[in-house]
Design a binder for this molecule. Structure first.
Ligand SMILES: *Cc1c(COP(=O)(O)O)cnc(C)c1O
Length: 426
């Protein structure tokens, strides 16, 4: 017996090899760390608002990779930008200047933020928030301040820093000791914020609309009050636009939809800015940009030519096709349609633009013992051919692409109505 066949036999006995007799789900369960609760679906292809599974079944996708595929799947502007850049230059490191990075930074500062400042590029939202936290720490060094106030039910990502900024016990569970320097406060309550201020407070960090935490919008008064308080106490006003940014709310900035005229000191983004290509970034207002000088922060992949070319194509398309206007019109369509149902299982529609949460009335719904209502309904909707993500136990989220059509909205809402009807207690 040769060595290789002997090795093969021994391996076969100890583990199951991935082969054609294994489904991709079985393969994933054996070899991919089981850190995610997943729906039982494998998506293999996408086009616009549609995706297909491995059996060729079609679904209407109102999850959009969790608010990521802002132009829908495989939009030609994005696939072309990626194809062209990938044959020119993908990556050369931040040891050298990167033309696509400079172009994208200019586009974001000039057309999106519209206030002087500078951009750092990361690969994800959590890293972008870590960058904002490091910005706050640098800002506070001289005065010995470091504590960042974040808000209950927030979500800022899964790195040790972003996770600690996230004020949700279930995200922290079993990861003690967490870094110090965070204080959690109830959102939309300026008095609670006032009461939480200490001589160590350096910044407020918050999502204008909490996404993962249940689609909870901040009020105009709260955002404006925090910005004013930050100015008064010389604190940084930092916004996490990872989910609500780049057109999702019907404006290029989520905060513009709630409180136009706000001028944040720092902003983080990811999700929708790449249209499905992994990229994140944060903005630092010009007056503070010197705090993160050469050597202070970095990322090997961050802002490489390929990611920046992809993101630029996405953002330019959002602006050129005026997709924010479509977002506002489709939001109105959704609200009007759902209102007209007067459905006993729906308590309200929360959020802005196409970051909406349908809040469920548990009392009216027949949900099997032990299952979470939102997840049970999202599973039932997959069966019907619609992908939507939950947000906490009581919210079904709607996150279609920004260019979604009237007909797609009608079709998705019809499926939701049928599913809710089928789950009403008799
Ligand atoms: C998704 C999300 C993050 C984390 O982004 P990742 O790319 O998953 O690291 C941070 N903040 C908000 C508001 C998010 O929705």
């Amino acid at each position: 017996m040769s060595r290789s066949s002997h090795f093969h036999l021994r391996r076969k006995r100890s583990i199951v090899l991935p082969n054609k007799t294994m489904t991709s789900t079985e393969e994933a369960k054996q070899f991919v760390l089981q850190a995610y609760g997943r729906f039982d679906l494998t998506v293999t292809r996408g086009e616009g608002t549609r995706v297909w599974d491995e059996r060729g079944r079609e679904y209407l996708d109102f999850c959009s990779g969790i608010a990521t595929c802002s132009l829908g799947h495989c939009h030609p502007a994005l696939t072309q930008a990626i194809a062209e850049q990938s044959t020119t230059l993908m990556h050369c490191s931040n040891l050298y200047y990167i033309e696509q990075q400079a172009n994208l930074a200019e586009l974001i500062v000039e057309k999106v933020v519209r206030h002087p400042g500078k951009i750092f590029f990361s690969n994800s939202g959590a890293e972008a928030n870590d960058g904002l936290i490091k910005f706050a720490r640098r800002f506070g060094q001289a005065s010995g301040r470091y504590d960042v106030i974040t808000f209950n039910k927030s979500f800022h990502g899964r790195t040790i820093g972003a996770m600690t900024a996230t004020a949700q016990a279930k995200i922290h569970e079993g990861f003690d000791p967490l870094p110090t320097g965070f204080t959690y406060v109830e959102p939309n309550d300026l008095d609670a914020v006032q009461a939480a201020l200490t001589d160590k407070t350096i910044a407020f960090l918050l999502e204008p609309i909490q996404g993962e935490g249940g689609v909870n919008p901040m009020t105009k008064e709260f955002l404006e009050g925090l910005a004013a308080l930050a100015q008064e106490k010389e604190l940084l006003f930092l916004l996490d636009e990872v989910q609500c940014g780049f057109g999702r709310t019907g404006d290029l900035n989520g905060y513009d939809t709630i409180a136009p005229g706000l001028v944040p000191d720092g902003i983080s983004w990811a999700k929708g800015m790449g249209g499905g290509f992994p990229i994140g970034s944060f903005y630092v207002a010009e007056k503070h940009a010197h705090l993160l000088g050469p050597g202070s922060h970095g990322s090997t992949y961050g802002g490489n030519a390929l990611a920046c070319a992809a993101s630029k194509a996405v953002i330019e398309t959002i602006i050129a096709e005026n997709l924010t206007a479509n977002v506002k019109a489709r939001e109105a369509q959704i609200r009007k349609t759902i209102e007209s149902w007067n459905h006993p299982a729906i308590t309200e529609v929360r959020g802005h633009g196409l970051l909406l949460g349908i809040a469920l009335n548990f009392d009216t719904l027949d949900i099997p013992e032990g299952s979470m209502p939102s997840i049970h309904l999202c599973t039932a909707l997959i069966e019907k051919g619609l992908l939507v993500p939950p947000a906490g136990p009581e919210i079904v989220r709607l996150l279609p692409p920004l260019n979604v059509s009237v007909d797609d909205i009608d079709q998705a809402l019809q499926l939701i109505k049928e599913t809710l009807d089928a789950h009403l207690k008799s």
